[in-house]
Ligand binder design. Structure first.
Ligand SMILES: Nc1ncnc2c1ncn2[C@@H]1O[C@H](COP(=O)(O)OP(=O)(O)OP(=O)(O)O)[C@@H](O)[C@H]1O
Ligand SMILES: [Mg+2]
Length: 277
């Protein structure tokens, strides 16, 4: 296919097109279905919120798309997930690693397990930049300082030389967010990115994410159990319950005209209905 036909095709496709994703875990011969028939599309600049009770399959869905589930015990039972036309569920590990590194930013739910305790924050931040761009060490360092400052870490130039264990949980989470945004990814998958942060820092990070999205057209899958955050950030929501889609639609429709009893009950439990921005 010639280059321009490919370009036109890519423009017509959604950035991410997930079709009927199903995942199970097998333990002691018992199969447990934890994600069933999840489908959605995501366009550049859009934010999709994955919400739902603990254990409903939010993190597993994200990890499946990223090819980061431990298989076994996990098994992707079926489905397709086209990212710019490439099926993430079928592509080779090597190619997927490259796509993740270059086009996706990831903020894991547990930031402490995703930072290497033996490497300084600076070398972990710079690693991706140096590997995926032709940036030299000095330029990479400046970019990392900028990225840490953007997520509200003071004395970034000094803190770059420190190891993760001297950072607080909230600071490690901010480092992960800085790292995820460093390469200007097309897709950001953020699993409870601001849960460990106090409300002021949370507000600062959320507005940083919004600004970056507006400027760069980054698409985002945002996992959150905080309906206020979902209302503020998301264009569309998927409400998961026990691995199944309970309700899906625009944030506005779900907040103001929920259809399922579960969504109604969930919203009734929120003290005041969050304002949709
Ligand atoms: N390694 C694993 N082995 C077996 N079951 C697992 C494993 N990881 C997750 N699960 C199961 O998959 C289901 C979905 O888990 P998941 O982590 O996606 O929930 P979640 O919606 O992200 O919850 P939370 O809001 O608590 O983070 C749960 O029942 C969980 O017990
Ligand atoms: Mg989770």
């Amino acid at each position: 296919m010639t280059h321009w036909i490919l370009k036109v095709k890519l423009k017509l496709m959604p950035l991410l097109d997930v079709q009927h994703l199903s995942v199970s875990f097998v333990h002691n011969g018992q199969r447990k279905h934890v994600v069933q028939d999840l489908s959605f599309v995501l366009e550049p600049g859009e934010t999709l919120g994955l919400v739902g009770e603990s254990g409903s399959g939010k993190s597993v869905s994200c990890l499946a798309l990223l090819g980061l589930l431990p298989q076994p015990p996990a098994k992707v039972e079926g489905g397709r997930a086209f990212f710019e036309g490439i099926d993430l569920l079928q592509v080779s590990e090597k190619r997927l690693g490259k796509i993740r590194g270059q086009s996706m930013g990831i903020v894991f739910q547990d930031p402490s397990s995703s930072l290497n305790p033996y490497l300084t924050i600076g070398s972990q931040l710079a690693e991706g930049l140096i590997a995926h761009t032709n940036m030299g060490r000095r330029a990479a360092r400046l970019k990392c300082i900028e990225a840490l400052e953007a997520v509200g870490i003071a004395d970034a130039g000094v803190r770059l030389n420190e190891y993760p264990h001297v950072f607080s949980g909230g600071m490690r989470q901010r480092v992960m967010i800085a790292m995820a945004l460093l390469l200007n990814p097309q897709l950001l998958i953020a699993d409870e990115p601001t849960t460990a942060l106090d409300v002021t820092v949370q507000a600062q990070i959320l507005s940083l994410l919004k600004t970056r999205q507006a400027a760069l057209g980054t698409a985002m899958i945002l996992v959150t159990h905080d309906l206020g955050v979902a209302a503020r950030m998301c264009d569309r929501l998927i409400l998961l319950r026990q691995g199944k889609v309970e309700e899906a639609g625009t944030a506005e429709a779900i907040f103001y005209a929920p259809q399922s009893l579960y969504a109604k009950e969930l919203l009734a439990a929120v003290p005041t209905l969050p304002a949709i921005v």
